[in-house]
Design a protein around this ligand. Structure first.
Ligand code: HEC
Ligand code: HEC
Ligand code: HEC
Ligand code: HEC
Ligand code: HEC
Length: 170
């Protein structure tokens, strides 16, 4: 009985926290970014692989988001001296200034989710759960919608993977 109550309270806290995270997200905008990072430029034009920057996708729970030390691998010199946008990242790298990326995709703490499980073992595509990032030209994700339980649940049902509450919920 006590356990059930605890789970209920945890879920309630998660829901409330989720609400604040969502409302916080909807208030911020790309204008807050010091640099106009473009997935389109890096993945579609320059063919850099997702896993190069999101190094956890095949080995860990979190994909991870690269920061300024990683950008410096390529941007400590000017690749294209005519690009005004590239000068900004070049300058940030020189100052070694960390960038506060907004994280859109988040499940509450009471949910267990692992990228390794889905990307490496399940062999799923990023687009099974995320918008097509190869077309995004700024950190303000177009067409974004949060990953909610029915997405997880329906795919599991289709593929005959567990739908036990306790396998996804702590
Ligand atoms: C593996 C190499 C590599 C890494 C790592 C990398 N970039 Fe780039 N980046 C490029 C290349 C190549 C270009 C295209 C250069 C050009 O023509 O302007 C580019 C272009 C850019 C531009 C200019 C884009 C435009 O719209 O013209 C920005 C801004 C930028 N990168 C930001 C970042 C940030 C932020 C990071 C770290 C999160 C990063 N890059 C990591 C290779 C890299
Ligand atoms: C089965 C669904 C699913 C697939 C497939 C998937 N993701 Fe995710 N992704 C999620 C969920 C759920 C979250 C939120 C995780 C959390 O809050 O713990 C997330 C969060 C992220 C984040 C931000 C937070 C972080 O560091 O983990 C990045 C970046 C990301 N995913 C990249 C990728 C890439 C790249 C791929 C493909 C190689 C991919 N994802 C495939 C479901 C998925
Ligand atoms: C050059 C590095 C780089 C490459 C390559 C790259 N990403 Fe990212 N990714 C980032 C950075 C930086 C952010 C945070 C800023 C943003 O959202 O644009 C990010 C954010 C994301 C997010 C949003 C995370 C969130 O919750 O806000 C997803 C999903 C994602 N990337 C998926 C992908 C996929 C899928 C690919 C391959 C098609 C890919 N990325 C390739 C650097 C990269
Ligand atoms: C597009 C299909 C798809 C989506 C969406 C999806 N999953 Fe899965 N999930 C899988 C597959 C396939 C596996 C089995 C991977 C393997 O081979 O181990 C799996 C395995 C799991 C496991 C391990 C199950 C076990 O037997 O222990 C958990 C936990 C899990 N998923 C949670 C989630 C959560 C939470 C979400 C939503 C945030 C989610 N999944 C979304 C396809 C999906
Ligand atoms: C395949 C993974 C998965 C399974 C199985 C699953 N859930 Fe969830 N559940 C999630 C994810 C992800 C969230 C967080 C996103 C959301 O709120 O939709 C969630 C959220 C919830 C919430 C909070 C909803 C809200 O509005 O805040 C409740 C309650 C819940 N689940 C109950 C259950 C019950 C009961 C079962 C068993 C019948 C179950 N879940 C099975 C993935 C799963």
């Amino acid at each position: 009985m006590k356990n059930k109550l605890l789970v209920f309270i945890l879920i309630l806290i998660g829901a409330v926290a989720g609400f604040f995270i969502l409302s916080f997200h909807s208030k911020s905008s790309a204008d807050n970014y010091p640099v106009p990072f473009s997935h389109y430029v890096h993945t579609t034009v320059h063919k850099i692989k997702c896993v190069n920057c999101h190094r956890g996708v095949e080995t860990r729970e979190l994909a991870g988001i690269p920061n300024i030390d990683y950008c410096s691998m390529c941007h400590s010199t000017l690749i294209n001296s005519k690009s005004e946008r590239e000068k900004i990242i070049y300058q940030l790298v020189k100052e070694n200034k960390p960038i506060q990326w907004k994280v859109y995709y988040q499940v509450p703490d009471y949910v267990f989710f692992s990228h390794r499980r889905h990307v490496k073992l399940g062999k799923l595509e990023c687009t099974d759960c995320h918008v097509d990032m190869t077309k995004q030209d700024s950190p303000d994700l177009k067409g974004f919608s949060q990953i909610i339980m029915p997405l997880c649940f329906n795919c599991h049902q289709r593929k005959n993977i567990t739908t036990d509450c306790g396998d996804c919920h702590h």
